[in-house]
Design a protein around this ligand. Sequence first.
Ligand code: CMP
Length: 138
Amino acid sequence: MPQRTFSIVKPDAVRKGFTGAILAEISKAGFQIVSIKKLSISKPQAEGFYAVHQGKPFFDALTTFMSSGPLVLLVLEKENAIADLRKLMGATNPANAEDGTIRKQFAGSIQENAIHGSDAEDTAAFEIGYWFAGYELV
Ligand code: CMP
């Protein structure tokens, strides 16, 4: 059964012109794009999305960064989508990311790390529902 996951091409990657190259990697890896939209988000919207990280030392910088410019929101589908996207993304800190991963190729730092991907089924469901209405997912 195909599985859905949620992804963001983050503002650093959009600013650097990497959106197309990152979407190509995602497509080459066998993901279908169920839904896609480019928009700018507010700091409160970023805080709501990253609520699980509230209280962490990087929370303020992270939500300021995520609301610093346009990003691309994606709902992706394939067999084993959640784990496979995490593998394709590489480690959170690009310094630890393996060759060929998206973060190795396109990320600048642990914060400006080019891409987000859901880490589990329950977070994928929350994240898809946070950014997409049902009518955008048909
Ligand atoms: P993401 O997968 O979007 O989930 C939370 C984000 O917080 C993570 O990617 C990083 O961009 C950021 N992050 C995680 N750990 C740190 C850290 N130690 N310092 C700064 N940012 C971090």
